[in-house]
Design a protein around this ligand. Structure first.
Ligand code: GLA
Length: 387
């Protein structure tokens, strides 16, 4: 057995190099997971410049911008049905009469950044606007001319051309456009993008679309988990945008959603109407302790490390030897969960201070394990700092 295993190694490296893209040079964006807002989960196709300006205003006025949320991203349905006479993408003139340059100026004037949605196929998923396949250079130049900072790049109507080819082309076009544009791939995890997108994209979806339900959210968290080794500064796994505040889950389920997304270094892209959010929603998405875990410089994606039926422990390394920990009761009744140091990357003898990130209480000098009780679908989240 041992003798047979040895020759596999060079072969493995050969495989790796032959599937690598003709590496486009990569931008320096996304050193920590991107934070911002996207129109799709709440507004769908019903977007216009009045709504987007209101969202940009709210981002600043509610204090979200100060916490790091910076991108205002328009999803599908911002563009007119057809290209203009020069073959350029154009904003939908009814919904965005002032045009995208003016919207970018408005958003930039608030200290924020503007993102757009496109598609690596013939038409976008709504089919209401053109895709960029075959127009990559021209569209990248248009985005740069408008002052766009972020492209979410979808996968519909793709003519069965390899995703690696299609996505790499847009990455090169953006790199040649003269503007730094964050590239967020939306390939739904079909062709395991974690294994090839890191050299030219800043994030890549690992799952199908999130729905505003507990089942969908937990399913996406689980599917995203196995790609953890591929995430790091500059390139992140994306289990899809946040549903917090959209009404399909309980407050404790939303708290779990936000906690796990933060722990696994997922993009924190808000999906609710932040211009009219409830106090509970605001309390969740503005928790600075939890955001700090997501934005930790080390950039290590936390993982599910312990499971006993519905009772789970997720954990990940943070900078300065600290550990982020989530106890998550996914069962139907109140339950108690114990995380043992040996499962979360600490020496069994380590003595830590445990900061509960939701109550903001610190318990000092804990050793060996940590136990807490929580309601159905609720979680507890901590940062453990060794003494
Ligand atoms: C796909 C994407 C979604 C959203 C819609 C828009 O389904 O995965 O996130 O962008 O298209 O049509």
């Amino acid at each position: 057995m041992a003798r047979a295993a040895a020759p596999l190694l060079p072969f493995f490296f050969l495989l790796l190099s032959s599937t690598s893209p003709a590496a486009a040079q990569k931008n320096l964006l996304g050193r920590t997971p991107q934070m911002g807002w996207n129109s799709w989960n709440h507004f769908g196709c019903k977007i216009d410049e009045v709504i987007i300006r209101k969202i940009a205003d709210a981002m600043v006025d509610t204090g979200l911008a100060k916490l790091g949320y910076e991108y205002i991203n328009l999803d599908d349905c911002w563009a007119s049905h057809d290209r203009d006479s020069q073959g350029n993408l154009a904003a939908n003139g009814t919904a965005f009469p002032s045009g995208m340059r003016a919207l970018a100026d408005y958003v930039h004037g608030k200290g924020l950044k503007l993102g757009l949605y496109g598609d690596a196929g013939l038409r976008t998923c709504s089919r209401l606007q053109p895709g960029s396949l075959g127009y990559e250079d021209q569209d990248a130049r248009t985005l740069a001319a408008w002052g766009i900072d972020y492209l979410k790049y979808d996968n519909c109507n793709n003519q069965n051309i390899s995703p690696l080819t299609r996505y790499n082309r847009m990455s090169e076009a953006l790199m040649n456009s003269g503007r730094d544009v964050f590239l967020s791939l939306c390939e739904w995890g079909v062709d395991d993008p974690a294994t090839w997108a890191g050299s030219f994209a800043n994030s890549w979806r690992t799952t199908e679309d999130i729905k505003n339900t507990w089942e969908s959210m937990t399913d996406n968290a689980d599917k995203n988990d196995k790609w953890a080794p591929y995430a790091g500064p500059g390139g992140w796994n994306d289990p899809d945008m946040l549903e917090v505040g959209n009404g399909g889950m309980t407050i404790e389920e939303y708290r779990s959603h936000f906690s796990i997304w933060a722990l696994v270094k997922a993009p924190l892209i808000l999906g609710c109407d932040i211009s009219s959010m409830s106090a509970e929603t605001k309390e969740i998405i503005t928790n600075q302790n939890v955001i700090a875990v997501n934005q930790d410089k080390l950039g290590v994606q936390g993982r599910k490390v312990q499971q006993d039926g519905d009772l789970e422990v997720w954990a990940g390394r943070l900078s300065r030897g600290r550990v982020a920990l989530v106890l998550w009761n996914r069962g139907p009744a109140e339950a108690s969960i114990t995380a043992s140091w040996s499962n979360i990357g600490l020496n069994q003898s380590a003595v830590v201070d445990a900061h509960d990130l939701w109550t903001d209480e610190v318990t000092s000098s804990m050793q060996g394990n940590l136990t807490n009780k929580m309601d159905s679908h609720a979680c507890k989240m901590y940062v453990l700092t060794p003494k």
